[in-house]
Design a binder for this molecule. Sequence first.
Ligand code: HMG
Length: 391
Amino acid sequence: GVKEMKIGIDKIGFFTSHLFVDMKELAFARAEDPNKYLIGIGQSKMAVIPPSQDVVTMAANAAARILTTADKEQISYVIFATESGIDNSKATAVYLARLLGLKKEIRAIELKQACYGATAGIQLARGFVALNPDSKVLVIAADNARYGIKSPGEPTQGGGAVALLIGTNPQILALEDGSTAYTQDIMDFWRPLGKNEALVDGRYSEDVYLNFFSHVWQAYLDKTGYQLGDFAALLFHLPYTKMGLKALRIALKDARPDEAVNFVQEFEHARTFNREVGNLYTGSLYLSLLSLLFNSEKLRAGQRIGLFSYGSGAEAEFYSGIVQPNFKQGLMNVNYLQVLNERQEVSVSEYEKLYQQHLFSAQEGRVAYDTDPARYFFAGISDFKRQYQEK
Ligand code: HMG
């Protein structure tokens, strides 16, 4: 039956662009103390998404890192979570399925609820796989996190995509029952149609994030009877890594000192990659999961990890999963440290130029892509049709 079947995350793939800006340089340019960004915000580098990448190409580049021919045969559902949509009608998942060469006998849809969307996608996928155990679902979390240049949100930008393959007998994480969700209509962060940058009430958004965390975390403990000590690590949506640390402190408020040290160590592993990339919006929690799996020395099969998902507007969920014996294989031997270290630094003025050069929907034009080394790229818009290509 459904109860005995293990369903969860079988593989994880991540992609971000080949460009970044150094947070110290950004701090100098904005006349801020570098430690405000490095410590106060908790970010070292910020991915700069060139105009030749959008959510579809980033998703394709992430998924191409994990999918085998056999996976492509088994995928019967593509759920694409994004808040950087490119069309009011046509789903990003449809372009993606074609670029990846998936079968045509599939469902392909887009989901939206700020940074929470991918978690909704994973839970939908879990239910779908329970009813269709021979199927796999490709869940995508992809965004380009844009705030105004020189706005307070600027140092919390970033971008990229995480591709998650969901199926039975997963290699990485078996999802547990009993998640807790919470939704309330709140204006902490939003992006009205036609605006290419998010609007945000920054301080307020932090308060809402923390209130929602307290709520779903306590509700989860009450519902399951678990205690802090039943978890090997806690993962958070990381709009910037300091935000997760603030939530972790709430969870650790009654912890024994030795227990607290352990959680803080695992948190450092879980934020290593996010520190280097910035906010991925929908993908941030799952980049943090990848970072923990890749960097932790202590994590073992059979251990429970907790995941806190938050999307402004606002919606949150806490759920857990059990680490599986082959979790390292599920990362498909990609050396993400090397991938991140091989990126090119751009100056602050170059980043500002690239920021302005993005083509948004209902614009026409060509995009320079010669210097973009990624396999899938966006070449521009003609006749109001987006042009995607593969190298
Ligand atoms: P700000 O006003 O520029 O920064 O905005 P600040 O003055 O509050 O300083 C930030 C921190 O740096 C503070 O630490 C300072 O003390 C510290 P805190 O009090 O918070 O612990 N600081 C220093 N530390 C060390 N050395 C120094 C130094 N100077 C200062 N010299 C803010 C910060 C995050 C509000 C802004 O960047 C922003 O609006 N960001 C965007 C909104 C956001 O990310 N909100 C997060 C919660 S909402 C969410 O997660 C959802 C989201 O991902 C969207 C979605 O769901 O789709 C955003």
